[in-house]
Design a protein around this ligand. Structure first.
Ligand SMILES: [Zn+2]
Length: 370
């Protein structure tokens, strides 16, 4: 008992001493504590005023947006054209566009409020287009020389101004607000037909916002071969592209002839494996004849994306100009951006057609379209 009492007294003495030291060592503490309180008291009305101003600001912004909604009429559940090109050459035909006509297509798209996005941004639902404009995706099949051609001028290598890439570059420079992009679907052994320049061309495309995609190893008809051969054809395309660009991710496929294996075997156009090389296409492009659904739509299926033929011959009413006219007559069907990549804005009547999973963490905004 005695010992315990002594211990308690010792502890008390130490405690007292410690608290005295601490008081002495921090003589300013009470003042410091008071200081923030008093300054808070002084700041309070100012902060309240600030909060009020902020609230008014937000209200004003919302009001502004509300006015814009009726003017711009965004519909981010509307349809998007994925345009399909083949050759760009002097003589127009079903599968060839002249440089003049290709330029006219671009000019028309630009003037009618279309803006170019990459296929990747489309399937990733990462569409960044100014408010009131409509995204459009450009695709080019077969890796032809007239899509990407280098020529010699006075001993210097130049991009052919009349090949697809030459024309696109000229346009993107002239109209920086047009956006940028284009997917090139190549096969082997000679994509773009200039053997010594394949690597350089791939690097140019990738560095300048274009994409290089799968068009099977030697343009096989995937509807007429076995499941094993389908996987071989698609994996060998990837193997060969990676000979030029190490570890390159070939993320999309354009079906040669628009043909695919039937039934269950369709899955092999999406993913598969051959001799240790795996492929996994996040997008598979059909030949098709319709605009594709918005990535927000319940109808969106990245494994079956329809494309529109960007030509005017034998299009049976489903070519680029047929659809441009259609969207002019039916503007409510067209994807129209709200200009904010973090929100998905739709007219009320589209509500049931939106896939809430697809919009992920974006905010869904609805309005009454008048
Ligand atoms: Zn082809």
């Amino acid at each position: 008992m005695k010992a315990k009492a002594v211990i308690i007294v010792v502890i008390l003495v130490i405690f007292l001493a410690a608290s005295l030291i601490s008081c002495n060592g921090n003589t300013n503490q009470p003042n410091e504590e008071k200081a923030p309180q008093s300054s808070e008291a002084i700041d309070a009305p100012q902060k309240e005023a600030e909060a009020e101003a902020e609230k008014k600001d937000e209200e004003a912004k919302e009001q502004e947006a509300a006015i814009d909604l009726q003017k711009i009429k965004p519909n981010e559940n509307g349809r998007i054209m994925l345009l399909m090109y083949h050759g760009i050459s002097d003589k127009e035909s079903e599968w060839v566009r002249t440089p003049e006509n290709f330029r006219r297509d671009l000019q028309t798209l630009y003037e009618k409020g279309y803006r170019i996005i990459s296929l990747k941004d489309y399937i990733d639902n990462d569409i960044k287009v100014e408010a009131g404009f409509t995204p459009v995706v450009l695709t080019f099949d077969d890796g032809l020389l007239n899509q990407f051609n280098y020529i010699e001028v006075n001993g210097e290598r130049r991009l052919d101004p009349d090949c697809a890439v030459g024309i696109l570059e000229e346009y993107f420079k002239k109209y920086p607000d047009f956006g940028r992009g284009g997917s090139f679907y190549v096969f082997y052994p000679l994509p773009f037909r200039q053997k010594e320049l394949i690597k350089e061309k791939y690097e140019f495309l990738i560095q300048n916002g274009y994409e290089v995609g799968n068009h099977a190893y030697t343009h096989e008809n995937l509807g007429k071969i076995s499941a094993n051969e389908v996987q071989k054809a698609l994996a060998l395309n990837v193997v060969n592209t990676r000979k030029y660009i190490e570890n390159f991710e070939v993320f999309s496929l354009a079906l040669p002839y628009g043909a695919s294996p039937k039934g269950e075997d369709y899955k092999y156009v999406v993913s598969g494996e051959y001799e240790g090389t795996q492929y996994n296409h996040k997008a598979v492009l059909l030949v098709g004849s319709n605009p594709a659904p918005s990535p927000n739509s319940i109808k969106f299926d990245a494994s079956k994306l329809p494309r529109i033929r960007a030509s005017e011959m034998n299009t049976a009413g489903t070519g680029i100009y047929d659809w441009l006219t259609h969207f002019e007559k039916n503007p409510h069907e067209r994807y129209i951006s709200d200009g904010n990549p973090d929100t998905i804005t739709i007219p009320e009547e589209e509500t049931e057609k939106v896939n809430l999973e697809a919009i992920k963490d974006k905010k869904l905004v609805k309005y009454l379209r008048q």
